[in-house]
Design a protein around this ligand. Structure first.
Ligand SMILES: C[S@@+](CC[C@H](N)C(=O)[O-])C[C@H]1O[C@@H](n2cnc3c(N)ncnc32)[C@H](O)[C@@H]1O
Length: 330
């Protein structure tokens, strides 16, 4: 957009305030399955309301707002079509964002974000206080919300794993463990480039209960603060360390160091913070709000790895926001 087209600062600021509403409009549209229903051929408002189990008048108002955002288009009075933006909210498309947007706007994330200023004043996450327990336990007690988060992360990870596979090859490996691997999206991507390796998907019991093993992937439940599957030669950690403060990260890395094969490799896949402004700064705040975690620079990861007995061998950027840091057990 050119400078001339930019709205005056007060209008721009009001639009930023509405960001909160925008997130919920998009999320409700997804939760009511409007994109799936339209894709399946239901385009009339009354039919959409009946199939979504929604009030007709209220749904019309929601879709009017969703059309303002370009998520749907009203092609004739009370008749709706899906736009390319709205397609991303279908549940059955590659790279679907439906689950992630529902999880990010559900109480587990929404309530702690409502206390951002207080979080910054105190310099610590208030999510456990707000939710009554740490978010992973909250998810265990709210399985539907937990499943949206796990599926949403999985869809995102499937896309990131393609980016990773395009720039990074794990090479020779016998056993690859995906630590905190959720539904195993990254592991499946990495195994495609390592045809003779077997995979182990390792996560908390309630997450493993929803994961599907196959002939190359064994699933194991556990707690990475206690132990990880022993003796493997590659340990993947994607979007794990950013969940935790430095000292906890070093604890996790030391457990892996203790349990890994002597010459094992550890492969971190994380967003890498740089000095440039960008969306990683938002994710960094999300980590503060939710978990007392943080996004870090490649050097900061290198320093933690060194403390736990690993030496960085290479840092491989992807075309997106993520980077791959490969380290070797010393
Ligand atoms: C942000 S998600 C990342 C999931 C996956 N690696 C990905 O990128 O799609 C963090 C994962 O860590 C798992 N996790 C959290 N605490 C854990 C623990 N103590 N032991 C094992 N897994 C844990 C969560 O269940 C969740 O699947």
């Amino acid at each position: 957009m050119s400078d001339q087209a930019a709205p005056p600062p007060q209008v721009a600021m009001l639009q930023m305030m509405m960001g909160m509403w925008v997130s919920q409009i998009v999320s409700a549209t997804a939760e009511l399955r409007v994109p799936d229903l339209i894709a399946a051929g239901t385009t009339n408002l009354d039919d959409l309301a009946r199939e979504a189990g929604a009030n007709v008048g209220a749904l019309q108002r929601l879709l009017r707002a969703a059309a303002t955002l370009g998520v749907v288009a009203e092609t004739a009075p009370r008749t709706f079509a899906l736009t390319p933006l709205g397609e991303t909210l279908r549940s059955d498309v590659r790279g679907s964002l439906r689950d992630l947007i529902i999880a990010e706007t559900a109480p587990g994330h929404w309530l702690p974000w409502g206390r951002l200023a207080e979080t910054v004043r105190e310099g610590r996450s208030l999510s456990s206080e707000t939710l009554g327990e740490p978010v992973w336990e909250y998810y265990a007690k709210h399985p539907e919300e937990g499943l949206s988060f796990a599926r949403g992360m999985g869809n995102l990870s499937a896309m990131v794993s393609e980016e990773v596979a395009a720039v990074y090859n794990v090479g020779e490996a016998k056993t690859i463990v995906d630590v905190g691997g959720s539904q195993g999206a990254l592991l499946r991507g990495v195994l495609r480039n390592a045809p003779s390796a077997r995979g182990i998907l390792f996560d908390r019991p309630e997450v493993i209960a929803t994961a599907t093993p196959d002939d190359r992937i064994e699933v194991i439940a556990g707690d990475f603060f206690t132990s990880v599957p022993k003796g493997a030669d590659v340990y993947l950690l994607k979007s794990i360390l950013h969940d935790w403060p430095d000292e906890k990260c070093v604890d996790i890395l030391k457990i892996i160091h203790r349990d890994a094969a002597p010459n094992a490799r550890l492969v971190l896949v994380e967003m890498l913070l740089t000095n440039a402004p960008g969306p990683v700064t938002f994710m960094d705040l999300n980590m503060l709000v939710m978990l007392d975690g943080r996004e870090r620079t490649a050097d900061e990861y290198g320093a933690m790895l060194q403390q736990a007995g690993f030496a960085v061998e290479r840092v491989v950027p992807t075309p997106g926001l993520f980077g791959v840091i490969e380290a070797r057990r010393q």
